[in-house]
Design a protein around this ligand. Structure first.
Ligand code: ADP
Ligand code: MG
Length: 617
């Protein structure tokens, strides 16, 4: 995930104060000359280095709990760029306004921090080991949840560092430091028996010193009286640059025995799940406390259920034992049908139920065909089942099977939180725009999968996106879907039917031609529905009026809550000629980039006024 300041030409990444001053000197020391660098102490923080009156001034920019950024005592801003822009207009407490950016010399990239370079490998290993995923399920989890997972990992990153010795005593630490070279500044870090506390062991003048590291109430780490850090690896990186009260600064790593492989294989010590006991309840037999990320929620972050934490991320048949029994037709005796109705339509209704598998019981949604229905309807439901049977993706509602009994029934995974449009209109206050973007990104991933498999959905709309929970969406309702022949890029309907015209691209209406590109058009309408929190598209217009509206070159306006980047994407989904419209692989990439940029900035940036309140409180 890119740093929120990565695009700024005056951002230097992870450089020290001395290096910053060197750059400013070279650039001439004019009043108001400034640069931005990564803060080595706080996760996601920065330092603004400014010249005034031939002096250097360094201002830490802290990332606040609500995700905004502020110089201590200053106003909060939604990102580092916005903050610098503010101070370029108004000194607001600084000795002078930011006048001249000290840009990086050409060809120089921002210096990556320790965590930056380990990030990708760590995310991959973490997802693989925590949720036991492989293959496509692993890739999809990484793409869709990278921002959330990165936050979790940042707090356990030290476990992958060669200087971290996960379970050694004070005596062993001394033995290790005294063996081999005894250079000043050779160090290691180890957990202590007392929960949540660590020791930094350092050699200087052939003597080993041990420093206690405690965690304060908000989860920050510090050597008593010393600087506070969000993470242990930041503490170490900082003390490498500056002794900060230690007898000497950290120079040479005393490596952990499995250091060479540690970065790749070291696993989070416990499987991580939000419902697990808090870390104070867990103590290993050898007396040291493992520290899985989710359990050390610092800063009052609410833990959130990720798609991979739910039972519907992978198919129930991903278990080989269950796969043995997989058949399209299910036995009636294994199915319990509840009275509860989840929804209804012309075909009949959708009921809640439970399906008994070999090893487990799963919640299901059962589409029950009205008994009086004719052959044609049964065939239609069977077609829908055949399509769904060929699909397996975390962002698509899976079919469990079909049951022929008192009625024909299509048994599906349950998406209990219901249709996206209804959910958003009911929970507008609780769902920030970043959350809407996250859900739409998941829909784009499901659609990209369909496009790759050469299926057209033909009924993509917010009503057919079902939610498992507030952060997990699945595409459903394959009643109109078609599998395209291998070398076809579109399907031509023989005649027009009962069609959702407001979601259809011009070529669907004019030529009955349906392709992934016409699904992209529908995706644009779905985006519009989502950013309006479930309003009906094209207001009260009737189908033929909408057609004329589009043919005349009009498009729906930008919803008031919709970010400009997302409206631009929507407009591209509504490019008249299908050949000129982006495909889902482009759409997914664009929304992903935007979604990551939001996550690296702040959670809920769009709630800036609210955020400001929280900071001053
Ligand atoms: P229709 O073809 O009538 O639109 P849908 O497949 O969209 O049928 O289902 C109708 C309604 O039933 C949905 O809007 C939703 O409320 C409910 N429903 C359908 N499938 C599920 C599911 N897998 N989990 C939960 N609810 C579902
Ligand atoms: Mg539907």
């Amino acid at each position: 995930m890119p740093d929120a300041a990565a695009h700024l030409p005056f951002f230097y990444g992870s450089i020290s104060r001395a290096e910053a001053e060197e750059h400013l000197k070279l650039a001439g020391m004019a009043d108001g000359l400034f640069l931005l660098r990564q803060c080595l102490r706080s996760l996601g923080g920065y330092v603004l280095s400014l010249v005034y009156d031939l002096q250097f001034h360094h201002y830490p920019i802290e990332r606040q709990l609500n995700g905004t950024y502020a110089i201590a005592g200053g106003k909060p801003h939604c990102g580092p760029a916005e903050l610098c822009e503010f101070y370029s207009k108004d000194a607001d407490g600084l000795p002078c306004a930011l006048r001249k950016p000290c840009n990086r010399p050409s060809g120089m990239e921002p210096q990556p921090g320790v965590f930056d370079s380990l990030r990708e490998t760590m995310v991959r290993d973490y997802v693989r080991q925590t949720w036991k995923l492989e293959g496509d399920a692993l890739e999809q989890a990484i793409i869709s949840q990278a921002p959330q997972v990165e936050k979790l990992i940042a707090t356990t990153a030290h476990e992958r560092m060669p200087w971290y010795h996960s379970s050694i005593s004070r005596e062993e630490a001394e033995r290790k430091l005294y063996s081999g070279s005894q250079h000043d500044g050779k160090f290691l870090l180890r957990p202590r028996k007392e929960q949540g506390s660590y020791a930094l062991s350092l050699i200087y003048g052939k003597t080993v010193y041990h420093y206690l590291i405690n965690q304060d109430k908000s989860g920050k780490y510090c050597i008593p009286e010393g600087t506070k850090f969000d993470t242990l690896w930041q503490l170490v990186e900082y003390l490498k640059l500056k002794a900060d009260g230690l007898i000497y600064c950290l120079k040479e790593i005393c490596p952990n025995a499995n250091a060479s492989t540690a970065a790749v294989v070291a696993a989070p010590t416990l499987p991580v799940h939000p419902s697990m006991p808090r870390r104070n309840d867990t103590l290993n037999s050898d007396g040291y406390t493992p520290e899985p990320a989710r359990l050390t929620k610092s800063q009052g972050e609410k833990s959130r259920v990720l798609p991979m934490d739910t039972s519907v991320y992978e198919s129930p048949y991903s278990d080989p034992e269950e796969l043995k029994e997989k058949k399209l037709f299910l036995k009636r005796e294994n199915l319990i049908i509840d009275e509860v109705e989840l929804g209804s339509g012309n075909f009949g209704c959708v009921r809640k139920g439970v399906y008994k598998m070999r090893k487990k019981q799963i919640d299901v949604a059962i589409k029950v065909l009205k008994s009086a229905n004719e052959k044609a309807e049964k065939e239609e439901m069977m077609k829908e089942a055949q399509i769904m049977h060929q699909l397996d993706n975390p962002y698509i509602v899976r079919i469990i099977g079909v049951c022929k009994a008192e009625a024909l029934m299509l048994v599906m995974e349950m998406a209990i939180a219901g249709p996206l449009n209804k959910f958003l209109s009911a929970k507008k206050e609780e769902v920030p725009v970043s959350n809407v973007v996250e859900l739409l990104h998941q829909v784009s991933m499901g659609m990209k999968y369909l496009e790759e498999k050469n299926f057209v959905h033909r009924d993509l709309a917010a009503r057919n996106v079902l939610l498992v929970n507030q952060h997990y969406a699945k595409i459903s309702d394959f009643g109109l879907s078609k599998a395209l022949a291998a070398d076809d890029s579109y399907y031509t309907a023989r005649s027009a039917g009962k069609w959702p015209l407001k979601w259809y691209a011009p070529e669907c209406i004019n030529y009955r031609k349906f392709s992934s590109r016409s699904d992209v058009w529908s995706y644009g309408v779905t985006m519009w529905e989502a950013f309006t929190y479930g309003q009906k598209p094209y207001k009260k217009m009737k189908g033929p009026e909408v057609i004329k509206f589009i043919e005349d070159g009009n498009r729906m306006d930008c919803p008031s809550e919709c970010p400009p980047d997302m409206y631009a994407l929507m407009r591209d989904c509504w490019i008249y000629k299908w050949e000129d419209r982006p495909g889902f692989s482009d759409v997914e990439q664009r929304i992903r980039t935007y979604y990551y940029s939001l996550a690296s900035k702040a959670e809920g940036v769009e709630d800036a006024p609210q955020a400001a309140k929280a900071t001053s409180a």
